[in-house]
Structure formats: structure tokens, C-alpha cells
Design a protein around this ligand. Sequence first.
Ligand code: MCN
Length: 787
Amino acid sequence: MKLSDHPTKAAKEQGVGARLLRKEDARHLQGKGNFIGNMSMPNISEVAFLRSPLAHARIAATRVAQEAENVFLRDSLTGVLDIVADSTLPSYQVSAMPPLAHGKVRYVGEPVAMAFAPTRAQAEDLTELIEVDYDDLPVYVDVASAAAATSDLIHDEWKDNVFVSLSADKDFDKLAAQADVVVTRKMNLSRQCMLPMEGMAVLAYWDHQADQLVVYASTQVPHLIRTGIAQFLQMDQEQVRVISPDVGGGFGYKCVLQREELCVAWLAKTYKRPFRYLEDRREHLIAGANTREHHYEMTAYADRKGRLLALDAKITINGGAYSVWPFTTGLETGQALGNLPGPYAFQGYRCTTRCVATNKPAFLPYRGVARTGVCFAMELTMDALAREVGREPWEVRLENLVQPEQMPYVNVTNKHFDSGDYPASLRRALEMIDAQGVRERQQHAEPDGRLIGLGVATYTEQSAHGTSVFAAWGTPVIPGFDQAAVRMTPDGGLEIKVGVHSHGQGMETTFAQIANEILGVDVARIRLVHGDTGRTPYSTGTYASRSLVMSGGAVSRACKQLLPNLQKIAGHLMGADSWLVQFENGMAIAGDKSIPLAQVANAWYLNPQLLPADVDPAGLEVSVGYKPKVDTGSFSYCSQAAIVAVDPGTGSVEILDYVVVEDCGTMINPMVVEGQAIGGIAQGIGTALYEETPYDEYGQPLASTLADYVMPGATEVPNIRFDHFETPSPHTEFGAKGVGEGGAIAPPAVIFGAVNDALRGLGVEVSQTPLTPHRLLEALAQGREAG
Ligand code: MCN
């Protein structure tokens, strides 16, 4: 009998590829999540920080009122080292970030002092008993003034205000000289925040029984946080346990060690009792998560058909005042340099990328990392090139995309594209959005006077980067592998332990689907243990769309490693050859015989007399390490297209339609893949149209509440339509590639492309995010003036 004909086999509902509802949703929908803000603990103190009101100043004197207790300045934090995020990049300058400002302040909102009390309000009152005298220093808000400065540098010991500068030159002069067409453009992405629903949160206490510092942190990377806390508090790592409970979104904000986390850990270590700090929204907007501020000068060299021969780019990133630990400013800088060419096959490339220090909060690696910026710059350059050569924007792209027969393809920056059909994905997106229909519609004026435009973009998403890739960005973190531990319980359930952290990605479901595919255990009977350094294998954590490929790959391998023993025991119990035994729907099946998995597990744990003599004593529990076949990462890719309506009277932009054709290899759960993409696209729409943290010339942030900082809500996110390609990666388990960041990469490129398409008759091009009504009206007015 074939397995598919067996009476116990139901339709495949749970394994790889099933659109399963997320297990974890029930808990959250019923308000049963376990967030740090909801925790209570006897004798807990709440912590508040006094923050700098100035962007750049020396601390001349500090005075603490006599009645002030439990108040701390940098000097009071004995035994704590400054957070030093080092890098192996040769040009990199190290910024030592003290847990509390020392000697000078470098951005508005920088923590200068800390206080604790029974309530947050009382702790905030205590911080007001501290007086600080500041001597103003010149403030560097923009990259040009910061890079030009020769005195009063942001870090006194530096030679200039540049964190790091990288460059590449591959056959540029030779190929640029052959060009018939040269197109130059500038693009700018404004600084913005990251705004997960839950901000930074940390609770630390001393476990007297274990003689251990326990830190609950809202983090994506619990093991790294443990390493960092131990390093900067000068403790042994086994004396520190980090638990990351439910986390209300991370998006990259929570993959670094924050100074507030270090301070709270220090309090718990010092006073041996519980302390907690919860960042409020205003702190988050002013001093927390800052990202995206990129500036581009792009020159494309092409032939008359728009085939790109060479690209010259200058990229400047506003890195803020400090490099964060462990993902330094070198990461964003290296990613920008390496990923700018996108999915295109040109051969001449010259690029300089600088990350400049300014008096703004530290730059953090937001979802998509540098790729949202480089996709914006590259795709707007493609649009400009298409206009220049008089072709449709997609025709020029199809001319330049890496072709399927070229796969696997090593591009001009040595990226190893593993598999896929990039032109087919663009053609499918054009079909779904009805590009020809849009062109016909544009022949006639819209009844409401709005202008219609079509935008397209194709990008690659390097995911699951390997060891060598991270080494190229100078980070000390080595993320090219992961471990998983898998144990069958005596009643046939399964426990999976992983070091990555799921905080919205749905891994409690998708990792269970992987195990179900191999072992046939009901997903409801599989528990994912994550977010606790005391209970899970070491991992650098969740970021860079790495969890499925690395940690999910380890889960797959671990489940496969359980198989021989399971087969041996099951075969013995059924009187069948072990090699015949397969597992499905909670059953072990051999030909027309079957027994429940629970019976097999029970035999191993509780009925040794039933076991075959040669059973492996490793039993039904394994811990397995995994790395993909190559360490260059796997490359997902995607084409997105949108139709927008631009109102030239009000400057508003409405997204009328949005389509996505993505390929992340084999999908474990297509519903989760779509959810990840939709979330990312919503964030990308925010970058494109709404989100900005402006600063005045004194470095004062002008958006400090959600009344001034606009985020897209449900009404600003259109109904997004999908198609999926599934080209397996040759390098990973199941051929899966990462997808978590992808959605956020293309929307600014797509939306600006569409707006510029709508405005093409007016001779206006926009290229600065976010495209607020004000900016759009200004551009239209300039267009009218220019005639
Ligand atoms: N998946 C799948 N099939 C694939 C690829 C992925 O079913 N071929 C599923 C995975 O099993 C997993 C999810 O999609 O459940 C995302 O997997 P992956 O692409 O490996 O990304 P990570 O799990 O490593 O998540 C990190 C990524 C990043 S870098 C950011 S930033 C981000 C993101 O995920 N932050 C998020 N998505 C987020 N989603 C939420 N809700 N909250 C965040 O903070």
C-alpha cells in the first residue's frame, strides 16, 4: 500500500507549504501575552533617566540635591565599561558609548543620569534633583557640516567626524567610457524612527538561589545581550541569564545592546533586587530608534537602449553619535556598498560609501537595513534612465535584470545569486497591475483631476547571511550557523529549543510545520522554546531574515536525526523493517501496519523491555548544528508594482493598487510569508509617504509625539495582491530562503516611481522621502517656475 492510500493519512494540512493559522495568535488575541510591562515582582523599583536637552555640549558641572537618594551619574556606576562596538574595517573609528554621558553629551535625549524609586513618576521626580551645567559646542546636524568639521569633533579623539568610509571600483573607467547615455540624479531618505508597538523594556533582578543576574529584555537577540551585559559589567557569562519573553515588535531596534539595558542590569547586580525601565513613546521618538538617513549621488552610464554599462555612486549615511553594539555603523555602510547594484547584471561599478557621525541618536539597522535606501536610489535611477532613452521603465529593467539562464550568478559586488527568474517576476507584476491598462487610462484626464502613475521595482533580498558576509562588514558577530535541540516527550509530543527569537514572525507555527513535515507530530503537540539563554542553544538571534534558513534548517536536521531511532523502535514494535517506517499524522506507518507515535515514545522512555537491542542510547533527543551549503546567504527576490493617484491641488498621494510577486524559495507557510510582506510594505509606505524625524539647526528633534510623527494606519495601507514563485535555493533545507525584511525594501522606490510617472508631463521629479503633501506641492511649484 502506498503511504498516500493509507487509512490514517488525512490531506496534508500541517507540514511545509500549509497555510496554517499561527499558533501564537490565540495567546495574543486573548491578551495572554507575557510582556515586561505587565510583569510584577515584589520590591521592584522603576528606573527613569535624565536626558540631555542639548545636542552637543561639554558637561561643565553636575550637582545633586542633598535630599536626592538613588540617583546616579556615570562616575557612580563602578565596574561598568563603556559600550565599545568594535569593527575590523580598517577605516573605522571606534565610538565609546558610556552607559551614562560622561564629559560631554552628543545628542538631545542622551541619558545623563539615572534614578530609581517605587514608581516611575517618583523616579522622574528624583532626576529633577540633578542639575547639569553645559558648555555649548557646535552642533552637527547634517552630514556635510559634520564631515567638514576640523575642530570640536563629536568624539574628541577622532581625526574627523567619519565613522567609516568604504569604496569599490570594478572596471568602472573602461565601461563608463563606452556609454552613449549618462544620467545623474540625487536621492535622499530622511531620518525616521522604527516604532515597534512595544518600546525598549528591561527588568533585571538577582536570582539568589542560582546566584545569577537575570535580565528580562525585550530583545531579538537574547544570547548576544547576555554576552554584551557580561562583557560590559565584567561578569562571567554563566552568571548572567537573559530572558526575552513576548516582544511587541523589534524591526532591528532590538538587535543591539542599549545603554539603558546595561544600567538596569548594573542596578540589579549591585543592589541584588529587581529594577525595571520601560521606554516611553516620547523617549523612543527623541532618543531611541533612529534610522534610514541616506544621501545618494548616482550617475548611470548606459547604451541607447538603456542597458547599463557602469554605475558611479556616492553614498553618505548620517550615522548619529555612536555605533551600536554589536552591529556597528560598518554594517549599514557595507550593506549599502554591496547591495546597491540590486538585481541588475551591469559590470562597471564605482562607489564610495561614508558613514558620518552627527549630533543625532545612534543609527540602528531597521528592517531592510541599507537595502531600502539602495533600492530607492537604484530604481529611481532606472526610471530616469528609461525617460532619457525614451523607453518604458520596465523595458529598461528587463534589459538589465540578471537572466534565469545566468543563474547561479555572481554580480559586480560579488553577491552570489543562487536561483530564480527575475524578469519573469517583473513581467508577472506588470500583468497583475495591468501596466498597459494604466497607460491607456493615462491618455484621458481623470474626472477628479488627479494624475495617475505606475511604479515598479525589483530587488534582491540577501537573507541568512553567512559568516564571511558579516566578516566583510567588520562585525565581530559570526552568524553563519545555528543550533536546535529537539526532544520527543514520552507521550509523543515534541519540544524544540532554538536560540533565535520569534516576536511576530510566527516561528512557533512555522518551525512546528518543519518538524511536522519530518516527524508527523501534530503541530498542536509541538512546543517551541525560545528566548531564554538558560534553556536554548546559543544563537546570534533574529535579524537579517536569518531565522528560518539557519535555525529552521537546524530544526529540520535535528528532526531528521531523530528518525533512525524512531524508525528502529517503531519497526521493532510493529514487526516491520525499520527502513519501511514513515511518520504521518501522529502515526508510525509501515506498509499496512501502523501504531501511534506516542506508543513508540512510550517504549523508549518507559518500557525498555520492548526496545530492540541495538537502539542508540541518544534516544529521542538530539542537539544539532547547521549551516547552509554556502555562507554567502540565500537571495530571495521580488517585484512590486503600484498605481497611485496624485492630487496636484492638495499634494496628496493615494495608492490605488499594489501587487507583489515574491520568491523566497520554498515557503514553509505562505500565509506567514504574506503577513511578513504586508507588514514590511506598511513600513515601507511609512518611509515613502509619512515617517520623518526632523531636527532643527540646534539638533532639537521636532517630532516628539505621535501627533507630529505620522505613521501609516489601516486606511493608508492598500489591499495588497500577491503571486508567489517558488524557486528552491540549492543551499538550504527545503530550498527555503528568508523573507522577513523584504516587504520594507521596495515601497519607497515603487511609490516614488509611480508619482514621478504621474508627474512626467509636468517635468517634475521627486526624490526625497517622505513625500509629504508639502514637499510635493513645493516640487510642483518649482516645476511651474522652471516652466
Ligand atoms: N517563512 C516561511 N517561508 C519562507 C521564509 C520565511 O514560511 N521561505 C517564515 C518563517 O518560518 C518565519 C517568518 O517567515 O516564521 C520570517 O522568517 P525569516 O525570513 O527567516 O525572518 P526572521 O524570522 O529571521 O525574522 C527577522 C526579520 C527581520 S530582519 C525583521 S527586522 C523583522 C521581520 O523579520 N522584524 C519583525 N519581521 C517582523 N515581523 C514582526 N511581526 N515583528 C518584527 O519585529
